[in-house]
Design a protein around this ligand. Sequence first.
Ligand SMILES: NC(=O)c1ccc[n+]([C@@H]2O[C@H](COP(=O)([O-])OP(=O)(O)OC[C@H]3O[C@@H](n4cnc5c(N)ncnc54)[C@H](OP(=O)(O)O)[C@@H]3O)[C@@H](O)[C@H]2O)c1
Length: 255
Amino acid sequence: MTSTQTPSAPTALILGASGAIGSAIARVLAEDGWDLVLTHRRDSEAFSGLVAALSATSASVRTVKADLTDQAVGEVLAEAVGPSPLQGVVYASGPTIRMTHISKISPAEVRGQFEADTLGFYTAIHALIPALRKGRGALVSITSAAINRYAKKDMLSVAPKAAVEAMTRGIAAEEGRFGVRANSIGVGVIDSGLWHDLMAQGAYTEEYLNAARRAIALPRFGTAEDIAQATRFLLSPEAGWISGQLLNVDGGYAL
Ligand SMILES: NC(=O)c1ccc[n+]([C@@H]2O[C@H](COP(=O)([O-])OP(=O)(O)OC[C@H]3O[C@@H](n4cnc5c(N)ncnc54)[C@H](OP(=O)(O)O)[C@@H]3O)[C@@H](O)[C@H]2O)c1
């Protein structure tokens, strides 16, 4: 007997969908026919604009307000997903960072950064593993290319992201038996999102950017769209035998 049922669309949950990288990922996944659960921490014009733009696509979109530093965020996310499977989870969240030398960073500041990034990631992902198992889904963690080639003054970003990357490999190793894949994308210098915060802080001086230009193989900085295209691939069936990898999308920075 031939089934006339249309297969249901896969669902991806994007943590940090209100950010530059998260929103670019939401747009490409909607184009590919994914249904989306989008998290945001604040109400922002950028996020309402994204949701409005997605309403013109065929994607079913649900939004969840969630602060990853909230200890109850796991329950908030599990409740939002309910008994449904997830075929994709993307971690595209992270606090803004202060770029400075390790000698000028207090342990308290490091603790805060790990809480907002690494612990936030762990709390959210831990709660979503049952839905990923049900969906035989894939996790993509947005981390940093500086995990492979250290960038001076970037410790507050790199160290928490290195821990996120290690946890992502752990999930790949332990959850593979349930059909779950997990990979990270090491983001290089991209002209989106956090870049604008760092410009405003004065961390990205002309001298810094010139040095960054010389450090990458390709003759341009990246964009959120570059990261979204790599995420699209890692979530797709074409990447069905790729797990536990860190894919640097960095213009050849981490060579
Ligand atoms: N852009 C780059 O050059 C670059 C390079 C390497 C790595 N990365 C990393 O990639 C990630 C995304 O970068 P981006 O450029 O897209 O940054 P972004 O535009 O600043 O977006 C950050 C996202 O994280 C969310 N967020 C921050 N703190 C949160 C919290 N406590 N709870 C829940 N959500 C929280 C924000 O939510 P709200 O806006 O709703 O508050 C937003 O969705 C960051 O972790 C960043 O460090 C970026």
